[in-house]
Design a protein around this ligand. Structure first.
Ligand SMILES: C[S@@+](CC[C@H](N)C(=O)[O-])C[C@H]1O[C@@H](n2cnc3c(N)ncnc32)[C@H](O)[C@@H]1O
Ligand code: SF4
Length: 397
């Protein structure tokens, strides 16, 4: 093997033997832009030509499948943007294209992210007929004042009505809340969370508000007009989140995701367990194992430019690079330590070509931030999760 080749992560199962394979489909449009959000989402006045997007999604799926033959698709995730602005026929056509391009597992999980408005909830039955098996709703808050401050266009009542429709139509659903919001008190969050849990069947995503650069919230904060909780207050809200969810039987399986055991989002586990997935649509990222080497892929973010690329060359890829062993191992560490189950130290060693630093592990263990298990895993402790970024930085160094 050539020297450069040895530095690449030649470490994965041969093609066709991957345990799981996920497909991420990005729908890049929203009705309005929320002031905290830096996702690849765009507002367009006027109709989106969905049949044209279907043709482009189909072309990109076909091109990706040609590079990844023999896979069995285990999960599909429609994310955004606002995928619940897609017509059910658009979703059905994309799922058809996936089924024509790869084998699809009998128990495939098909999740669609939805905004919880009444207009969108009307499409839920159509999504189910199209093949969607799970919805993830962006409820964000159960308080109208907070929803308005977040720039949301729905009320708490409307959101809960959408949750109730999801419950009737789908066997599996989840919803997202954002906490550590301006002015949020510990008692207020506890009450809101208990109420959310009473509406959640099996899964909740609970994100601390992050002020993303170049968003309207970042500008407000810079101008001193947005007071977010200080680190101690945010830590208190995080601790309340863990305590209330665990007591209700929804422990964190990932730093921001809570589920009844067995009800975890299988698609997101594909990322965190560092398995293989394809990214389809504007601004979608993928990790593909081609000729045994892990490649990082990304497509053009701007929707119309992506359409143009796909229409002229059959795909919208703007990045398609092999990862070095060190890069692949760092990604595995960074993603895997977000999970309560942690990482497999043996797999880390296979990926990186060397073991994780025993000195660092011992140091972090002495401080009670990580622990190793008898089956060779390293995981972050309850005390370590609030300082996860620092733990990962120490181990990756
Ligand atoms: C792709 S986004 C949105 C899905 C859907 N469009 C919606 O807004 O309901 C997925 C989730 O990320 C979370 N999120 C987005 N920006 C965030 C931020 N700056 N801080 C914390 N959570 C954020 C929200 O909870 C959101 O539901
Ligand atoms: S939070 Fe959701 S609805 Fe709001 S801009 Fe981001 S993707 Fe769109």
């Amino acid at each position: 093997m050539a020297r450069a080749d040895r530095r690449l992560g030649r470490i994965f199962a041969p093609a066709g033997h991957n345990p799981v394979f996920g497909i991420y489909v990005h729908w890049p449009f929203c009705r309005s832009k929320c002031p905290y959000c830096d996702f690849n989402s765009h507002v367009r006045h006027g109709l989106i030509d969905q049949p044209r997007f279907v043709r482009a999604f189909t072309a990109e799926i076909t091109a990706t499948a040609a590079r990844t033959p023999g896979r069995t698709v285990s999960t599909i995730f429609f994310g955004g943007g606002t995928p619940s602005l897609m017509e059910p026929a658009t979703v059905a056509a994309i799922l058809d294209a996936v089924a024509k391009s790869w084998r699809v597992a009998n128990d495939v999980e098909v999740t669609l992210e939805a905004n919880p408005t009444s207009v969108e909830a009307r499409r839920f039955a159509g999504y189910r007929t199209a093949g969607v098996s799970r919805v993830s709703l962006g409820v964000q808050a159960l308080d109208d004042e907070a929803l308005s401050a977040l720039g949301r266009t729905h009320t708490a009542r409307e959101a809960l009505a959408a949750v109730a429709i999801a419950r009737r139509i789908f066997d599996r659903y989840s919803f997202d809340l954002i906490y550590a919001r301006p002015g949020q008190t510990p008692a207020g969050w506890r009450t809101e969370l208990v109420s959310a849990i009473s509406q959640a069947a099996e899964h909740l995503s609970l994100y601390q508000l992050t002020i993303e650069p170049e968003t309207p919230f970042a500008a407000l904060r810079a101008a001193g007009k947005l007071a977010i909780p200080d680190p101690d207050h945010a830590r208190n809200l995080f601790d309340i989140t863990q305590e209330v969810c665990a007591a209700a039987g929804l422990p964190a399986y990932e730093i921001s995701n809570h589920a009844r055991p067995g009800a975890e989002c299988r698609h997101n586990l594909v990322y965190w367990r560092y398995h293989e997935y394809a990214g389809i649509g504007p601004g979608a990222h993928g990790r593909l194992d081609i000729d045994g080497i892990r490649r990082a892929t990304a497509t053009e973010r701007q929707p119309e430019a992506w359409l143009g690329l796909v229409e002229s060359q059959g795909h919208g890829l703007v990045t398609d690079e092999p990862l070095s062993r060190a890069e692949a191992a760092d990604e595995y560490l960074l993603l895997g330590l977000r999970l309560a189950e942690g990482i497999d130290l043996n797999r880390f060693e296979i990926l990186s070509g060397g073991p994780l630093s025993a000195v660092e592990i011992a140091h972090l263990t002495r401080h009670g931030l990580v622990e190793t298990t008898c089956d060779g895993r390293l995981r972050v402790t309850a005390a370590g999760f609030p300082v996860l970024d620092a733990v990962v930085a120490d181990l990756a160094a």
